[in-house]
Design a protein around this ligand. Structure first.
Ligand SMILES: Nc1ncnc2c1ncn2[C@@H]1O[C@H](COP(=O)(O)OP(=O)(O)O)[C@@H](O)[C@H]1O
Ligand SMILES: [Mg+2]
Length: 361
């Protein structure tokens, strides 16, 4: 399969700019998750790749084939683009057998009968489903149905597979199974996959790399999941991927304080730009530890055991924050009890300008 390159794509619906100077490269043989909130322009980007809409600027290349180039007036028609697609809520057709489902894109291309059969069987072989060829979808498990949808996307000899929210409406357990399924097939075929989702959890489980898209079609970060979690480029990424607490910080005499409805002295380090006000401290729940020696005190409002961690709500002044404690930490240091006052320490803090209109306590 081939790499996919979007370069400087701008697209508008009337006066509404959906994508603006959007660039992204998906390397060959990798699975890249494009993650962003609903309405940020993900499906629009997919439609541009498929050739269903025409951007105003930029180019789209797959391998060494230029599919679209606004300047050079190249615009390869949709049916010649060789892009396999698995759409949202658009799994397999229930009234067709597995083989008929997979044959369908080739039938539409009016290929000869025998060729259709051979290519459909080969696509089924790629997803290890040949022995199910004559069954109907309701005779298959959810995971097997997903494999059929993938075979149908592969059958046109795709250079790249695009999956646009393929599992959004499934229950959690089935989603898990599907993600494993997709990952296995991707590895076996060394496929290039652009996987679109608004769900950061499935993106984390699946991807080699993640592209984070902000509202208004701006790419705000592209990197491995570790880079994105450990070094978020901005507040949007920090807030969108993972759970976060925010507490306003302000000057307090010579030092700094947390504004938690009341001023609470804060002795941790605060960067220069955040010292003059208007900033918030951001900290992840799993970057907060209990430490009786710490001057920063909190009251334990609730504790819930979640199987592999403890989840707490603590009050710091009048502000409630969330803390996650690993089992290891709970075993070695003990848990905190509801009603108790404990010392806490922030291990990993970030400082961002406060959002306009955000509450301050
Ligand atoms: N056919 C259309 N006509 C006008 N606006 C559209 C059309 N399709 C999508 N939009 C708008 O473009 C924006 C991006 O939509 P979309 O790409 O579907 O977002 P996503 O897939 O990230 O949820 C949204 O604001 C949406 O309302
Ligand atoms: Mg969409």
């Amino acid at each position: 399969m081939a790499n996919v390159k979007f370069d400087d794509i701008t697209f508008r619906y009337g006066s509404h700019t959906v994508l603006e100077h959007f660039s992204l490269e998906v390397e060959s043989g990798k699975i890249v998750c494009l993650v962003g909130p609903s309405g940020c322009g993900k499906t629009t980007l997919v439609r541009a790749l498929l050739g269903l809409i025409k951007p105003e600027t930029g180019s789209i290349t797959v391998g060494d084939r230029v599919l679209f180039d606004a300047k050079k007036r190249v615009n390869v028609p949709a049916e010649k683009r060789n892009i396999g697609i698995v759409f949202q809520d658009y799994a397999v057709w229930p009234h067709m057998t597995v083989l008929e489902n997979v044959s369908y894109p080739l039938k539409k291309q009016r290929r000869p009968k025998e060729e259709i059969r051979q290519r459909a069987m080969r696509a089924l072989e790629q997803v290890h489903m040949t022995e199910y060829a004559n069954l109907l979808p309701n005779q298959l498990s959810g995971g097997q149905q997903q494999r059929v949808a993938i075979a149908r996307a592969l059958v046109v000899d795709s250079d790249v597979l695009v999956m646009d929210e393929p599992i959004t409406n499934l229950d959690a357990k089935l989603r898990e199974e599907m993600l494993l399924e997709i990952r296995m097939i991707q590895k076996r075929l060394n496929a290039t996959i652009l996987y679109i989702t608004h769900d950061q959890q499935s993106a984390l489980q699946l991807c080699d790399k993640m592209a984070i898209m902000e509202q208004d079609g701006v790419l705000c970060q592209y990197g491995t999941d570790e880079e994105i979690i450990l070094h978020p480029a901005n507040r949007f990424t920090f807030e969108f991927i993972g759970i976060s607490n925010f507490i306003p910080v302000e000057k307090d005499g010579k030092g700094m304080a947390l504004n938690c409805g009341e001023k609470i002295p804060y002795e941790g380090s605060v960067p220069e730009e955040a010292r003059s006000g208007g900033y918030e401290l951001g900290v992840r729940p799993n970057d907060i530890v209990f430490d009786d020696a710490s001057p920063l005190k909190a009251k334990v409002d609730s504790r819930v055991f979640l199987g592999s961690e403890y989840n707490y709500f603590l009050s710091v002044g009048k502000k409630q924050i969330r803390v996650q404690q690993s089992m290891l930490d709970a075993r070695t240091k003990g848990v905190a009890n509801e009603g108790e006052t404990v010392g806490i320490r922030f291990l990993n803090t970030r400082f961002y300008p406060a959002k306009k209109g955000a509450e301050t306590a």
